[in-house]
Design a protein around this ligand. Structure first.
Ligand SMILES: *[C@@H]1O[C@H](CO)[C@@H](O)[C@H](O)[C@H]1NC(C)=O
Ligand SMILES: *[C@@H]1O[C@H](CO)[C@@H](O)[C@H](O)[C@H]1NC(C)=O
Ligand SMILES: *[C@@H]1O[C@H](CO)[C@@H](O)[C@H](O)[C@H]1NC(C)=O
Ligand SMILES: *[C@@H]1O[C@H](CO)[C@@H](O)[C@H](O)[C@H]1NC(C)=O
Length: 514
């Protein structure tokens, strides 16, 4: 496989005669460039199942959900999920029929290395990913592989998980195995998915596994060592694998957008900035800023809060000079996961806060106006302009780094006629086009979340994000395309958004505009 042909950030492939479709009312004024990357994303734990098949070891989600079945809304777990362990060939056909040329998937660490360590590579796991990756290549789909999408090997959790500095080395060992095994056919890697969600909600609070509730300390230790592990793996690839494999490697960060709750109150504008620095800058600044290290505001705030709380040292660890240098520039692209927007204001700190905690350190309050539609989850309100804003914030803070949107999507109740999802993709993608064409932001690609209905962490199977419906009541886990799959396929093919895809007269959904 020619690596050079697959380089992500330059011209990739030609679209066959599709960009000349006539323009008429209802079509977006802008089109996606021919080298724009369209893809669809999944994650191993959310779709694979086969939790103990073929010698796979346990990860923290397996272990925790078996012990705490009521952690999920429907008391479900990931034992079978969408059964992609068995149905990956069908998955590839589905990806193909969307017309996308890219598929973002993650490797289950313990399918490859059952105990997490590289002293034993599991043959079945090794073959499983080989089959998927080769199957994708065979039909012209470029895989983008995430090394860590939250499913930490359980033996490492027994050692404290990401709060333990030894994880930096173990993650490097795992990455080396993956690069050695698959670097010949994988040319786009991401190290980590959403360290903010993983650390803040898994280590700080209890919304995600490992549900440590170690707020104020755990989330910052997790952040610190995940960042160092990321940088270590970037340099491993850069130094030992890139020369022969010639690929790209980066990180995926998540961020909601922020808007001032009261637009005429200057304090709320400051609050938005503080919110974004604490949630996104904490991870992005060490990697993408010209100065490196944690953002000044974050450093000062946590140091100050720690001090007035009587701690001898800051709850946020410090990087050495060497580590600051190692982290700086350690990503070939900015992977962004974005779903929704919050209104932000300063909040009075009182005894109702968890103290200490990242939220308390930051001292802001978040809300969503009741007139923003929320078709599927209490946290996900539809507000397309936020997408353009967060893309611009990245440009303002980190310059022209190529941005790849590695996740964006909407959840609902799972109906096949998913008008709201169609509209969401149309409106959000249009904001992306405005960011590129008007604001000159450097967005190179977009991955829709997600290929099919899946295990959505604490929501179990209640919350549906799929372009394809999955029948979780059937042992066959039958997949059926939703309307949004057809619409997305059309956007990918035509490189343009058809706002009239939903015909108001033919549907119960009166307006295609949100
Ligand atoms: C396209 O541009 C025209 C003229 O500027 C404008 O009236 C129309 O609303 C635009 N359409 C969309 C979908 O943005
Ligand atoms: C879940 O189960 C644990 C014990 O297994 C129990 O302590 C807890 O209250 C339960 N939580 C809910 C929300 O039912
Ligand atoms: C994983 O660790 C357990 C406990 O130490 C051990 O019994 C088992 O043999 C290990 N498995 C592999 C594949 O190394
Ligand atoms: C918004 O902020 C302005 C300026 O501080 C203030 O005068 C106004 O009362 C605020 N509006 C609301 C609804 O709080």
């Amino acid at each position: 496989m020619s690596a050079a042909a697959l380089v992500l950030l330059s011209l990739l492939y030609q679209v066959q005669g599709s960009s000349n479709s006539e323009r008429h009312t209802g079509l977006s004024n802008y089109t996606f460039p021919e080298d724009f990357i369209f893809g669809v994303a999944t994650a191993a734990f959310q779709i694979e199942g086969g939790w103990n098949k073929g010698g796979k070891g346990e990860n923290i989600w397996d272990t925790y959900l078996h012990k705490h079945p009521n952690f999920t809304l429907d008391h479900s777990n990931g034992d079978v999920a969408a059964d992609s362990y068995h149905k990956y060939k069908e998955d590839i056909t589905m990806i193909q029929s969307l017309g996308v040329k890219y598929y973002r998937l993650s490797i289950s660490w313990t399918r490859l290395l059952p105990n997490g360590t590289d002293n034993y590579i599991n043959e079945d796991g090794m073959k499983y990913y080989r089959h998927i990756l080769e199957g994708l290549r065979k039909v012209g789909i470029t895989p983008m592989v995430t090394l860590f999408h939250w499913d930490l090997p359980t033996p490492f959790m027994d050692l404290g998980g990401w709060t333990n500095p030894v994880m930096v080395n173990y993650f490097e060992d795992y990455a080396r195995v993956a690069f050695n095994l698959y670097g010949d056919i994988v040319n786009i890697w991401t190290t980590m998915n959403e360290p903010h969600q993983h650390c803040a909600n898994g280590y700080g609070f209890v919304n995600f596994v490992p549900a440590l509730n170690a707020h104020g300390i755990g989330e910052y230790l997790c952040t610190h060592y995940m960042l160092l592990a990321h940088a270590k793996v970037y340099h491993l690839y850069d130094r030992y694998f890139r020369p022969s494999q010639n690929g790209k490697i980066g990180i995926t960060l998540d961020s909601f957008a922020g808007e001032p709750k009261n637009a005429s109150n200057p304090n709320d504008h400051v609050a938005v900035e503080n919110y974004l620095q604490m949630h996104l800058g904490l991870y992005a600044n060490p990697i993408f800023s010209s100065s490196g290290d944690y953002p000044r505001y974050v450093r000062d705030t946590i140091d100050h809060m720690s001090q007035i709380q009587g701690f001898t040292r800051s709850r946020l660890p410090f990087f050495t000079e060497q580590e600051i240098v190692m982290l700086k520039g350690s990503s070939d692209f900015f992977g962004l996961n974005h779903y929704t927007t919050y209104k932000i204001t300063n909040c009075e700190r009182n005894e109702n806060w968890q103290i200490p905690s990242m939220d308390h350190d930051n001292g802001i309050c978040m809300s969503q106006p009741s007139n923003w539609p929320k078709p599927g989850a209490s946290w996900l309100a539809v507000h397309p302009p936020g997408f353009r804003k967060i893309i611009n914030w990245i440009k303002k803070n980190y310059g022209d780094v190529p941005i790849i949107v590695t996740e964006n999507g909407l959840c609902d109740d799972g109906s096949l006629e998913d008008f709201e999802r169609v509209s969401y993709f149309n409106e959000y993608l249009y904001q992306l086009l405005l960011a590129v064409n008007i604001d000159k932001c450097n967005v190179r690609g977009y991955f829709a979340w997600t290929l099919m209905d899946d295990f959505e962490w604490g929501d179990g199977y209640v919350t549906k994000f799929g372009l394809y419906h999955v029948d979780f009541d059937s042992p066959h886990r039958t997949r059926t395309p939703k309307l949004s799959a057809i619409n997305y396929g059309q956007i990918v093919r035509t490189r343009q958004i058809d706002f009239d895809f939903i015909k108001p007269e033919s549907t119960k959904y009166q307006s295609n505009k949100i």
